[in-house]
Design a binder for this molecule. Sequence first.
Ligand code: AMP
Length: 282
Amino acid sequence: MEVVKTNTDLKKVISNSGTGSIGFVPTMGALHMGHMSLLEHSIVENEITLCSIFVNPAQFNDPEDFKKYPLTIEDDLLKLKKAGCDIVYLPEVKDVFPNSISRNKIFDLGGLDLKAEGAFRPGHFQGVALVVDRLLQYVGSCKLYLGQKDIQQFQVIKYMIANTLHKVEPVMCSTVRESNGLAMSSRNKHLGSEEKAQLGIIHETLSWAAKNIFQKSTKDIIGDAKEKLLKCIYINDVEYFDILKLNDLEPVIDVSKSETLVICVALNTNKARLIDNILLFY
Ligand code: AMP
């Protein structure tokens, strides 16, 4: 496994690796089984698998969240090596953003960046687009492995790729969960074991909403779901619990129409802000 710290070295290693397909897994580190499942998909489907670890300052709208983001580089590198990753890109901020973080470049994200998560984290998806666009310039043509856990991020990046010159195929991999249904997340490192056990209620509530989607109005489902979540002593507030059409992330009015829906939630515990979702295919 080659570990490179600059985009110059990254481009060199990629060009020396031949003409085989490249699978790219961008991460912010503190790797868990969710990240590793993306890596496994990439390894199966490509000749070369590349993983980046970069905590992107441009996507944090809360400086405190950025400061306390977990860093476990040594452990991450061991996991990647064991899994069979070929290349790791581990840059400093100045290698990704040599001219400081430019907020002048505004991406057309089709308005997908402003809904759900975007309404609570202003500028977050512009920051995500900024870093992914830059990383893809360095990596070039590839398959890009992303998790359903951040489904809005997937939709935003897919839109950005379709509207740029990147020769990249985005691939969505399903959410990996703890045995009680809690979605794995680097932010779970901030949670205690009893808290984690109780937070199984998030997936339980999403599943309940999916099961009852034809039985009640969307308004009632959303109201009841928030009530269920707020009964958990570890949940301070529910920022949103939305039932959306997957393609444009607009709220669903008539669930009987045959289109893919997504139920998304964001909430705060004392120690972390968590998001999760469930897809409903028709
Ligand atoms: P992050 O390091 O949080 O930026 O995540 C890097 C990638 O891993 C993103 O594409 C995430 O959607 C994906 N990911 C994070 N958690 C999970 C999970 N529990 N299951 C599957 N993919 C995940």
